[in-house]
Design a protein around this ligand. Structure first.
Ligand SMILES: *Cc1c(COP(=O)(O)O)cnc(C)c1O
Length: 818
């Protein structure tokens, strides 16, 4: 069915009209940014009708809605994606060509809405895409940060953070909805007052500061189905403009504070990935968007329903990690204080409406708030938590009489802290991990006591990615090639991509694949030339690790490998060596010194190696600045080798691994996260696996039985590489530049063991696996076959599959048929 009568001439006219109306210019005079704005408004015009129709239909059908609550939505650019979803990308490209404008240049004018750190935020964006495409009613609920993730600049080899003013030119895709504004209250105290009418105590928050939450809606366009869902992100405003009369009342201070709160609360996204910052403002952000989102959901429900006790039949709240876990007590507060339910009624609704996704087992990422901070900031919500905790602890003691260790591990309030994961688990009907191995570790270890007490809540939902952005938009050449052999069904039904299997051995098909990969490498080489001023050879192996910088992801181990290979080549200039381009990209959290030192090391190693004539350009090292969704798309398409080398057990799932796979890169990785399932799907022979297993790492950690010095002393090549970190080799003689990261591998620091992430223990097997990849690559036909099999077996990793499982097993939504 055609959901869009696209008329090229009309579209061209609209673009020209928009330029005139917006800028009083002709197309010829307009800047690329102005053309981008004009085109985007023309596209939004097209979307709006479907948006209204979808929302009217959802109301009419009284459909159950999922509210996906997430502090982060890493959507990437909207224009190209929306054109694809509307199935008019080629037509618009043609129209623009006829106007003498290159659509790619126009797309490059759009800033990436960087409202996320990495995988967690990108997952939320993929989920919204799949929900709309599969036809399920959904709201994404988040925060409209005025400054998203910082822009990364590399200066003298080091990361510099630059503010990301993504809204400077205005965001043509958003719609401000002041009519749906909500008030959110902070601080003050709770006054109790007996209510004669209801025969209950009323709990009244007084002396608080409040903020007005203003929603901005962004359309989420389903692929070729007329469906448009909503991403609702909240901005903050002062409740009333600065009031002179509060000065007279002596409230001057409070009025100023309230102004400041509104200004600061949505100012900036915290740039921590898998790490708790523990800042008060962060908790304010969490409550701000949760309270506003829940109020919206309840208001919407009450428009059509009178029994609030049935809320959970029409509404489900999915909490993306514990960041939104304050939804549990906030929902209790609203149901009891504002809707008049009893505790038991409210608890039933809450624990049938809330569901929680766990994203990590890393202890430094576990959210905990000091009780005094929490109770001061959210006094009434804190009372709810106290009562939830009181009842739950009573229940633990009833189930396990005399076993206080159970209370110690599962209580929500403990040791002066509010433990958000425990709150989320207790308040939810579903707790899911994000890959099989991750869920298993949760059940058997991290959350074992909870699993034993409430096994029915636990389930797995292996992550996925949307093939529409990461194949169709990112890699049009490969997408057309896939369509040529399997038809276009893969766009909305990725498993049919397995129809490529019969072609994996076909020489002509293999040549086509290799040629497409080559052209994508040329495209990336051009980007690298423009941005890094480095010449890379598109015939070399593109060996790529792009992801957030983190010790557990082990970019450090990767660059040590490069140093090792460089030493080898220097000592044996005539050895067989297939030219390799090592590509890195990723941001380090601004305060994460070790991660920033690794970025510095990568860049300095690159500086030395790229300029050493002795090795005749056979190794190049490139650090791509400001890794984000838009350049990620170029990178995945051009990759030969996908580096997925986290310490086993530490990467909950990973999704970068899936994006590489669908683009025909071969995984070099550990048995961690979704890598395990990639091995299952592609077959052991079509990936290169190395390193300790998760169980081995866990056993080491339990027994404190790992000594990195064993490896350092036994392996002279490894020793040489480590010594080069502190002999000034890669730091113009500065022996201290890399001492910290050097010591992190060899010296114990207080509680923290040396080489916590088992880099030395895995190093040798990493080198071996890496060399095997090189010999695989030499056999071009065999390599093509392996890559094609990886593409063919990537069907499982569509977020369409993930969302279908959430819908069937957790949310129980009905498909919309427009
Ligand atoms: C997919 C993606 C990530 C997550 O990558 P991992 O390798 O799974 O950590 C992070 N950032 C961006 C921009 C992405 O597209």
């Amino acid at each position: 069915m055609l959901y869009l009568e696209f008329e090229k001439q009309t579209f061209k006219k609209t673009v020209a009209e928009n330029i005139k109306n917006l800028y009083r210019r002709t197309l010829k005079e307009a800047t690329p940014q102005q053309i981008f704005q004009a085109v985007s408004y023309a596209v939004k015009d097209v979307i709006i009708d479907n948006w209204m129709k979808t929302q009217a239909h959802i109301e009419q059908e009284d459909s159950k809605i999922v509210y996906y609550l997430s502090m982060e939505f890493l959507t990437g650019r909207a224009l190209g994606n929306d054109l694809i979803a509307l199935t008019v990308y080629d037509e618009v490209k043609e129209a623009m060509d006829e106007l003498g404008v290159d659509l790619n240049v126009i797309e490059d004018q759009e800033p990436d809405p960087a409202l996320g750190n990495g995988g967690l935020g990108r997952l939320a964006a993929c989920f919204l895409d799949s929900l709309a495409t599969l036809g399920y009613p959904a709201y994404g609920c988040g925060i409209r940060y005025r400054y998203g993730m910082f822009k990364q600049r590399i200066q003298n080899g080091c990361q510099q953070e630059v503010p990301d003013n993504w809204l400077r030119e205005g965001n043509p895709f958003e719609l401000r909805r002041p009519e749906y504004a909500k008030e959110v209250k902070f601080g003050g105290y709770v006054r109790v007052q007996y209510n004669e009418k209801t025969k209950r105590n009323d709990f009244i928050q007084e002396g608080y500061q409040s903020v007005r939450a203003i929603p901005y809606d962004m359309p989420v366009v389903g692929y070729n189905n007329g469906m448009v869902n909503t991403l609702r992100i909240w901005d903050a405003e002062a409740v009333s403009d600065f009031q002179l009369d509060s000065f007279d009342k002596g409230d001057y201070h409070k009025a100023v504070e309230q102004e400041n709160l509104a200004r600061t609360i949505v100012e900036v996204l915290y740039p921590n990935d898998n790490h708790l910052a523990g800042k008060e403002l962060r908790l304010k952000q969490q409550y701000f968007f949760i309270s506003a989102s829940l109020q919206t959901a309840i208001e919407k429900y009450k428009k059509q329903h009178s029994d609030i006790g049935d809320l959970h039949k029409k509404v489900v709240f999915q909490m993306n990690d514990t960041h939104p876990a304050v939804a549990v007590p906030e929902l209790m507060r609203i149901l009891i204080d504002e809707e008049g339910l009893t505790w038991d009624e409210a608890w039933k609704v809450t624990t049938h409406a809330c569901a929680y996704t766990n994203h990590t087992i890393m202890s430094e990422a576990l959210e905990k708030w000091p009780v005094d901070l929490f109770s001061r900031l959210l006094p009434r919500v804190y009372q709810m938590i106290e009562e939830i905790n009181r009842r739950f602890v009573e229940h633990i003691r009833f189930m396990y009489p005399g076993d206080e260790s159970k209370v110690a591990s599962m209580a929500i309030l403990y040791d002066g802290q509010v433990r958000m994961a425990n709150l989320a688990i207790v308040g939810s009907f579903s707790v899911n991990g994000v890959a099989h191995i991750h869920t298993e570790i949760l059940e058997k270890r991290e959350l074992r006591n909870f699993y034993e007490m409430m096994p029915e809540k636990f389930n797995n939902k292996t992550n996925g990615i949307t093939q529409r952005r990461f194949l169709m938009h990112a890699n049009p050449l490969l997408a057309d090639w896939v369509t040529k052999y399997v038809g276009e069904d893969w766009i909305t039904n990725l498993p049919v991509i397995e129809r490529l299997m019969p072609f994996a051995d076909n020489e002509k098909v293999q040549r086509e694949f290799l040629n497409i990969k080559y052209l994508n490498k040329v495209r990336l080489a051009k980007y690298i030339k423009e941005h890094n001023h480095i010449d890379v050879d598109p015939h070399s192996i593109f060996d790529v690790q792009v992801k957030r910088l983190h010790e557990y992801k082990r970019q450090f181990m990767n660059i040590l490998r490069v140093m090792y290979l460089y030493n080898l080549l220097k000592e044996n200039p005539d050895m067989e060596f297939y030219p390799r381009t090592f590509i890195f990209g990723g941001k380090a959290s601004a305060g994460y010194e070790r991660a920033k030192e690794v970025i510095n090391l990568i860049n300095n190693v690159g500086e030395v190696i790229n300029n050493d004539p002795d090795i005749k350009g056979r190794i190049k090292v490139v650090f791509i600045e400001d890794y984000r969704v838009s350049n990620a798309e170029l990178i995945f398409a051009a990759a030969d080798i996908s580096e997925q080398i986290s310490t086993a057990s530490k990467e909950a799932s990973g999704t970068g691994n899936m994006k590489f796979m669908i683009n025909g890169a071969v995984t070099l990785g550990t048995m961690d996260g979704a890598n395990v399932e990639i091995v299952e799907e592609a077959g052991r022979e079509n990936v290169e696996i190395f390193g300790f297993l998760a169980q081995e790492i866990i056993d080491y950690e339990k027994n404190g039985g790992y000594n990195p010095l064993d490896y350092y002393n036994r392996d002279p090549e490894l020793k040489k590489v480590l010594d080069q970190l502190i002999n000034g080799e890669y730091s113009c003689g500065d022996k201290d530049r890399f001492r910290d990261i050097h010591d992190s591998l060899l010296v114990q620091r207080g509680q923290e063991p040396a080489d916590m992430y088992f880099i030395l223990g895995d190093f040798k097997s990493y080198i071996t696996a890496s060399q095997k990849m090189e010999s695989r690559y030499r056999d071009r036909r065999k390599w093509a076959k392996t890559a094609i099999i990886n593409i063919a077996k990537s069907g499982k990793f569509s977020s369409d599959r993930t969302i279908f499982q959430y819908v069937e097993e957790i949310w129980h939504l009905d498909k919309i048929l427009l």
